[in-house]
Design a protein around this ligand. Structure first.
Ligand code: HAM
Length: 415
């Protein structure tokens, strides 16, 4: 006998229970982002490989070792999207969105692909909800964007959250700082881990991310980019902070905050949850003022974030993203009442109730157990004497005419 074929490592099926919890995330995102003027966009699951090489940055882990890249039948190099910002910026350019009133505010909820070491909260196919607001450098857009992610995480009951915030300045500031940091790292090279030493030329900033103890000690004394910002960038960052203060958001300015993508300029931020294990990053983002130009479009600023659906659900309060409500379960004592039950369930749905009918031929006891299992708020038992409507929480019950069941449940719902 041959072995079962299983889903590839780092992927998982979205089963009905998971789908129900995801629907709660999607609804909350649509409501919160929609109210702030964000409109949905979806881009293709694969793109020209060059988009990510140019957009995300050739020296990033994502481009160097995590992309699912393949050649199609005509020899073009394509890549399953590892993230959403570069594709949305490509779409902005391709569809001439600079002609629309700015900023153009977009959101997406899609799956992404990275060849990473699979573990809890880290998959090779994962889902993100994200926003991109393109066409304005106003610090209020940075603050609004961060507040919206905070609102979404709050609506989902994501626990033990922390927000870290920093600014990376402009590419020029960063280039000068990079040279300063490289000189500092070279001067202390013998105490650094081999990996960090090997990356002094290509990606010195990642040294702040290292777990290696010698490297960490060296980094304690390293120069900080935040102390090297130009007056304009420092002012931009001060305004973002002031608006976040105004909104009552708690955050920590962390000058060592490193993001794994190269396109950021000025504001960067990350929400982590202490309720998660090693993969504590729930969502993050920042400003990417040079990206559109780098992809061949007109110089256009932008800011956005993405949050991992799996991680949000792992860190969420079970109640906030629990099962959807079942208002009514229709049970019957004997098959002769089934047609009446069918009718009541059907009419209840037309009246806007979530209603289910017994469909598995269970005994009455089994039916009541099923009603309990699915969390029905009311159960209606059809029998000789009419319909017994029981409120499951309180155990209170009344006998009504079968025609009165829906009215009774509707009234209970508005109480
Ligand atoms: P990112 O930090 O790479 O940013 O990913 C954002 C979020 O996606 C992470 O905080 C995490 O929750 C989730 N995530 C990332 N990789 C995985 C994985 N392998 N498994 C499960 N979840 C994962 C970006 O992708 C940027 N495009 C965000 C952005 C938008 N910046 C500006 N606009």
């Amino acid at each position: 006998m041959s072995a079962n074929v299983r889903a590839p490592r780092g992927t998982h099926d979205v089963l009905p229970d998971d789908a129900a919890r995801r629907a709660v995330v999607e609804d909350a995102a649509a409501r919160i982002l929609g109210a702030a003027g964000y409109r949905r966009i979806e881009t293709p699951a694969f793109e020209a490989t060059e988009l990510f090489a140019r957009g995300v940055g050739a020296s990033t882990d994502i481009v160097q070792k995590e992309m699912y890249t393949f050649e199609d039948g005509s020899g073009r190099s394509l890549t399953l999207r590892p993230e959403g910002t570069a594709p949305v910026c490509r779409a902005y350019i391709e569809h001439g969105m600079q002609k629309l009133p700015q900023p153009v505010k977009l959101w997406y909820l899609s799956s992404f692909f990275r060849y990473e070491r699979a573990q809890a909260g880290r998959q090779r196919q994962f889902w993100q909800v994200g926003t991109e607001a393109i066409g304005s450098a106003d610090p209020a857009l940075d603050a609004e964007s961060i507040v919206l992610l905070a609102d979404l995480l709050d609506a989902l009951g994501v626990r033990e959250l922390r927000l870290r915030l920093s600014s990376l300045g402009t590419p020029e500031t960063r280039a000068a700082y990079r040279a300063e940091l490289q000189a500092y790292l070279r001067a202390h090279a013998e105490r650094l881990s081999e990996e960090v030493r090997g990356r002094i030329d290509s990606n010195p900033l990642r040294a702040f991310d290292a777990d290696h103890s010698g490297t960490r000690e060296v980094m304690q004394g390293a120069p900080l980019l935040l102390d090297r910002l130009t007056g304009e960038d420092a002012e931009h960052f001060a305004q973002v902070r002031a608006l976040l203060d105004e909104a009552g958001l708690t955050y920590e300015v962390d000058p060592t905050l490193v993001r794994g993508l190269d396109y950021y300029a000025r504001t960067v931020f990350e929400f982590t949850s202490d309720a998660l294990g090693a993969q504590s990053g729930v969502g993050g983002g920042g400003r990417y003022d040079g990206l559109i130009e780098q992809l061949g479009g007109p110089a256009t600023p932008g800011v956005g974030w993405a949050a991992g659906i799996e991680r949000m659900l792992l860190a969420a309060d079970a109640q906030a993203v629990g099962e959807p409500v079942v208002d009514l379960f229709v049970a019957y004592a004997g098959a002769e009442h089934r047609a009446a039950g069918f009718q009541i369930a059907h009419e209840a749905r037309r009246a806007g109730l979530a209603a289910q009918l017994e469909l598995a031929g269970r005994s009455l006891k089994g039916q009541l157990k099923q009603a309990d299992r699915i969390g029905a708020r009311y159960v209606a038992i059809l029998g000789e004497e009419g319909a017994t409507v029981k409120e499951m929480d309180s155990g209170e019950q009344v006998v009504v005419e079968p025609g009165g069941v829906i009215h009774h449940v509707l009234r209970g719902r508005t109480l």
